[in-house]
Design a protein around this ligand. Structure first.
Ligand code: UD1
Ligand code: UDP
Length: 374
């Protein structure tokens, strides 16, 4: 009997882990291929939070995170580390997700060995190589290498075809983040205690409308983040509002947010939440303010208005669906757009209808079928 084809899934940061755990679960359940997992631990704490919740035990852990690491040192460590794992495992497929340094280096290391790459969440493009930076170029590099492009939406698939990717290599699978959201929602329903970190916060701010905030984009470091912090401080002056802000572990984010927001009465600056507790934050928030990619996808699925604190987005579907709005990083604009949603019920209702532009929760199995087909 011949051995099963081997699929090596490589990831390193929180969002990749959230979007790939459904695929690893599906590979294991499906059984047609042997699943191996390599984590780079580009993120340490925020990755481990997801591994714990999803019950994943990696076969390889490169533990590359160093405090405030530079992009070039990080990329060099990733490339050599992943290369060593590929030599040891010799998989038939390497799977990478999205646009991080880990995903880009994983694709490059596979390419250097002529191992086929499957790209999950393929075809996102902002058209600006500095927004998001360096993710737009990471995606383009992976797109040049991948044999299988799993586009989350028709828009993403069209972007790949416009770059002359072979049509037979492009498949609209939906985004696995919706699989993850369905999975975690079911887990919380079965075991509400999983989301208990949020309970005292919800009690502390009972009677107030909650703004859920996340921010971490490199292109917002410095002035952009200071402006975001200023806007949040202004919004928190309203007596009817409270802010819950799980602060990303990147020191460039923490320094700015702590300096402006620590100690304000209506602001809870907290540690990153694990995925069940973050799903609960999405649920209890009146409005999300975020520069995150994943939050732009989860919010429409939940019908939760999200104001996107970026200049551009590669996820136009949430905006077209009416649940997301691009507000940039100007303090006055962020305050004005948030106040409009808080004070105008018609504007709020218009932004709070649930849509599923990013998928139906069955993306992981579609991708497994594509990998199995070879
Ligand atoms: C990375 C990705 C970005 C993604 C984001 C998701 C790149 C270049 N950037 O950005 O695309 O949107 O993750 O969150 O791949 N840190 C910790 N503990 C952690 C995580 C980070 O201490 O669990 C600190 C470390 O000091 C680390 C720094 O944050 O050096 C930056 O981490 P890094 O992965 O380089 O960049 P992010 O800004 O997190
Ligand atoms: N998230 C989380 N805990 C938090 C903040 C975010 O679990 O405290 C989840 C969120 O639900 C989404 C993902 O992390 O699925 C987004 O990650 P991040 O914003 O770090 O990266 P991006 O999506 O911008 O690449």
């Amino acid at each position: 009997m011949s051995a099963k084809p081997k699929v090596l899934t490589v990831f390193g940061t929180r969002p990749e882990a959230i979007k790939l755990f459904p695929l690893v679960h599906s590979l294991e359940r499906d059984g047609r291929m042997a699943s191996r997992v390599c984590v780079t631990a580009q993120h340490r704490g925020m990755l481990d939070q997801v591994l714990d919740v999803a019950g994943l035990v990696p076969d390889h852990d490169l533990d590359v995170m160093r405090p405030d690491q530079t992009l070039d040192a990080l990329t060099a460590a990733l490339l050599t580390g992943i290369g060593g794992v590929l030599d040891a495992e010799q998989p038939q497929w390497v799977v990478v997700q999205g646009d991080t340094a880990t995903a880009m280096a994983g694709a490059m290391a596979a390419y250097y060995r002529k191992i086929p790459v499957a790209h999950v969440e393929a075809g996102l493009r902002s058209g600006n190589i500095y927004h998001p930076w360096p993710e737009e170029v990471n995606r383009k590099i992976i797109g040049a290498i991948a044999r299988l492009h799993c586009a989350p939406t028709e828009t993403a698939a069209q972007a790949l075809l416009a770059e002359n990717v072979a049509p037979g290599a492009v498949h609209v699978t939906g985004n696995t983040v919706i699989d993850a959201l369905h999975w975690v929602t079911a887990r919380i329903a079965a075991e509400p205690g999983l989301a208990d970190v949020m309970t005292p916060l919800a009690a502390r701010f009972s009677g107030k409308r909650i703004l859920g905030v996340t921010s971490h984009r490199r292109e917002n470091f410095g002035g952009g983040m200071e402006a975001i912090a200023e806007a949040i401080a202004t919004l928190a002056e309203r007596p009817d509002v409270a802010v819950i802000f799980p602060v990303h572990l990147n020191p460039n984010v923490r320094a700015v947010m702590n300096a402006r927001l620590a100690g304000l009465d209506n602001v809870a600056l907290i540690e990153p939440l694990d995925y069940p507790n973050f799903a609960r934050l999405l649920d209890v928030s009146t409005v999300m303010l975020s520069d995150s990619g994943g939050v732009q996808e989860e919010a429409p699925a939940l019908g939760k208005p999200v104001l996107v604190m970026r200049e551009t987005t590669e996820r136009p579907e949430g905006i077209e669906a009416g649940t997301a709005r691009l507000v940039g990083t100007d303090s006055a604009r962020i305050v004005a757009e948030t106040s409009r949603l808080l004070d105008d019920p018609v504007a709020y209702t218009a932004m709070s209808r649930a849509h599923n532009p990013f998928g139906d929760g069955q993306s992981a199995q579609r991708i497994v079928n594509l990998l199995a087909a070879g």
